[in-house]
Design a protein around this ligand. Structure first.
Ligand SMILES: CC(C)(COP(=O)(O)OP(=O)(O)OC[C@H]1O[C@@H](n2cnc3c(N)ncnc32)[C@H](O)[C@@H]1OP(=O)(O)O)[C@@H](O)C(=O)NCCC(=O)NCCS
Length: 172
């Protein structure tokens, strides 16, 4: 990718099931070698497209994606399952643009709050979510992990998680 390619703003569209293969082909690399594929089965592109987005450049190269949904069990609550931006475009506003689009989708469908989680060692994700208006849950059951309040063993033994919360109906 040239500098001019990186500078060009991406285009945004809904994902389709055909996008699944190209996204899972890159996500382990985008997450710095962490094994992410199993967390993004094809069903996300088949059943959650109306609250999810793909960003791509003029040549159709993937620039980023976000997958989100409304909670079936908790009316008014939405959840962002995964967001990623091409490492060559980081700090260029792709993540912010994807989240803003997802927030609009979710609010339009009745969500008043949105949640997300990350692992405490992912300092960039923590900074990104704070920048996007999320607060870190520091309530009961949390303790500082890598300097951020987190829920130990949230997703299983050793799988600690920072839980992020953001209002959608009161300016963040
Ligand atoms: C998290 C991620 C999606 C952010 O995407 P991005 O396109 O680089 O983010 P943006 O450029 O829109 O940044 C928005 C804000 O987040 C914060 N931010 C983003 N990256 C940051 C970093 N490396 N350090 C500190 N703050 C950061 C900044 O406040 C930034 O605003 P600014 O650039 O005006 O200061 C991207 O880093 C990524 O794909 N990481 C790997 C996957 C991942 O961990 N996803 C999150 C967990 S599911």
């Amino acid at each position: 990718m040239s500098d001019s390619d990186a500078a060009a703003g991406p285009r945004f569209r809904r994902p389709t099931p055909d996008d699944h293969a190209r996204v899972v082909a890159v996500i382990d690399e985008w997450w710095g070698g962490r094994r992410m594929r199993a967390l993004l089965p094809r069903l996300w592109f088949e059943h959650f497209a109306s609250t999810s987005w793909i960003a791509e450049d003029d040549a159709g190269r993937l620039a980023g994606f976000v997958v989100a949904f409304l909670s079936p069990d908790h009316p008014g609550t939405a959840y962002i399952h995964m967001v990623g931006a091409d490492p060559n475009r980081r700090r260029g506003g792709v993540g912010r643009a994807l989240y803003e689009r997802a927030f609009a989708d979710l609010a339009e469908r009745g969500a008043r709050r949105v949640e997300a989680v990350t692992w405490p060692g992912n300092r960039i994700s923590v900074a990104f979510h704070r920048s996007m208006g999320f607060r870190v849950d520091d309530g009961p059951g949390t303790s500082p992990i890598y300097g951020t309040p987190a829920h130990p063993d949230h997703d299983g033994p050793g799988d600690d998680r920072v839980v992020f919360l953001r209002r959608l109906d009161a300016g963040g």
